[in-house]
Design a protein around this ligand. Structure first.
Ligand code: MN
Length: 132
């Protein structure tokens, strides 16, 4: 299956455009958010198949957004690929322990990024009712 809806959460305009263009080229549908609170609202409203999220975000950071997503049964199973520019060892440990489904550091490697997106989408559990 392709054309899945992906929520891209990124406050940096250039980084957001890069991810948008990569995913669009990959045939995915995209919705964008530039802050953590908007990301949570869109995730709850639109039920994206995957969330690609910057960690450093206004209002709510990516770790706080992930915590909220996981606490809500409606979004707890949504895979989240975190993208971070953080190189500080303490931050890296904290981000690594947060429980993202995958974590990649900027700058994004195009082929790795798209392969990771596909792998996360393919690893989703099927719906409980067995619908395709
Ligand atoms: Mn950011």
């Amino acid at each position: 299956m392709s054309g899945e809806l992906i929520l891209v959460v990124e406050d940096d305009v250039k980084s957001r455009k890069l991810v948008h263009d990569l995913l669009e080229h990959g045939g995915y549908r995209i919705v964008e958010a530039d802050a953590g609170d908007l990301a949570l609202r869109l995730a709850r409203e639109l039920h994206p198949a995957l969330i690609v999220m910057d960690v450093q975000l206004p209002v709510l950071d990516g770790i706080a957004v992930l915590r909220e997503l996981r606490a809500d049964p409606a979004t707890s199973a949504t895979p989240v690929l975190a993208v971070t520019a953080s190189a500080m060892p303490g931050d890296r440990r904290k981000i690594g322990a947060a429980g993202f489904d995958a974590l990649r550091e900027k700058p994004i490697d195009v082929h790795d990024f798209l392969a990771t997106v596909r792998a996360l989408l393919d690893a989703r559990r099927p719906p409980a009712d067995g619908a395709p």
